[in-house]
Ligand binder design. Sequence first.
Ligand SMILES: Cc1cc2nc3c(=O)[nH]c(=O)nc-3n(C[C@H](O)[C@H](O)[C@H](O)COP(=O)(O)OP(=O)(O)OC[C@H]3O[C@@H](n4cnc5c(N)ncnc54)[C@H](O)[C@@H]3O)c2cc1C
Length: 452
Amino acid sequence: MTEVLVIGAGLAGLAAAVSAAESGARVTLCEKRSEIGGSTVLSAGLSAFAGTEEQAAAGIADSTELLRHDLLETGLHRNDPALVDAYCAHQLDTYRWLRGLGVEYGKVHAASGQSVPRSHPTDTRVLVRTLLERALSRGAVFLPDTRAHRLIVEDGAVRGVLTEEGERLRADAVVLASGGFSRNPELLTRFAPQMERALRGGAAGSTGDGLLMAWKAGAGVIDTPYVKGTFGIHPDPDGAEGGTGVLAIYKGAIAVNRNGRRFVDESLPYKAVGDACLAQPDGIAFQVFDAQVMDRADPSVPIYDFAARVGNGLLLRARTLDELAGLIGVPADALRETVAAYNAAIAGRAPDEQGRTTLSGGVGTPVPITTAPFYAHPSTAVVLATYCGLTIDPSMRVLDVFGEVIDGLYAAGELVGGLHGAGYVTGTSIGKAAIFGRVAGLAASGAREERP
Ligand SMILES: Cc1cc2nc3c(=O)[nH]c(=O)nc-3n(C[C@H](O)[C@H](O)[C@H](O)COP(=O)(O)OP(=O)(O)OC[C@H]3O[C@@H](n4cnc5c(N)ncnc54)[C@H](O)[C@@H]3O)c2cc1C
């Protein structure tokens, strides 16, 4: 009999499969699609770890304590402190474990919610392939094109799953790692109506299957009010957009609505700017900037690769602000006034109407918008991940609506809630998938040994 059954071959499921197999369990990993990787391989691949070799090499002083502080502050202390502690307790071990398996990280950079640069980029396709090979080398069985449909529950304990084809896969413990629900419109409407006007990203397999299966078994769900969209994606749903959009605002652009007026302090985290954008007419904004900001573009970082977007028609260019206003359909006099007021505020002649004092998150000096050509990037918010989900304890055991353990059921990755609280620190979704996936695999294999 299979001892640990893992559902979903994204980062969380693969980490769980490897750690369970490494601890001696017989592991079966099932994935509903033919390809592995889920949202993990669509992502920007940034992991939030603290105290790493890459940070030390760049002279960045970081610590688990500072990471803990950032998680709680960004989450407005609505996080489950036990899960924040679990993330912090296992993050460095998990980073070293991944490095030990051959995973490599690039140059660390700063992002939303991070007091110091803490985003560790990696090639996520290599990451998932490395983990799958490791799991297979440790004897795990991989079943692609196998969709878990229902949990098998016996005497209140989860003992496997029934697949969509009607096969019974029995196990002592099941680890649900089937990702979020950003591609399930019905669940989004139910749990995150605040995102109704946002676009939907994430992998095609992110349809909330694990959430529904666990829900039927009595699992609790937490953090649904905090599902947020990421600002910067082009609003044309049929356009060339696939990833995260651009954040010219963090290089000096302003964001204006259809009336040509600013509506937010553009230096705020991109989720907060996303919320503000969705509240504007048609849920649309335009990132407006000039040649000086274009000079700060960085083709190696997708969110700062502005020039490529002129070529594919996503970024509009004009010789004057009036011409730009015509291209994006906002009143020219309003846009002119808005830019003039912003430039006056930067020059110190008046306080900024939106309270902006920096480029991004307290760092960098805003620049005036004066130099032709001028650019506008139509932008809205996209739900890339659903940060809420199942209630779990620090061993990744799923808790029911009364906070009691559901025997035999574990969960990790995007489908669990409680870690982020009211706000998301960049890199903690990939981080959560790796760290909690690994812990879930260890705990699920340990649970097997505890049974008579
Ligand atoms: C464009 C984009 C950029 C992002 N950038 C970042 C970033 O830089 N940093 C960060 O921290 N986060 C980022 N995220 C979020 C992050 O990628 C995800 O939250 C994380 O990868 C989720 O990992 P996971 O293993 O839980 O789920 P996934 O990687 O989605 O894997 C879940 C797997 O389960 C499978 N599955 C689903 N249902 C079933 C079923 N019933 N039976 C069997 N298999 C099933 C799916 O097909 C899928 O393969 C980004 C997301 C997107 C879309």
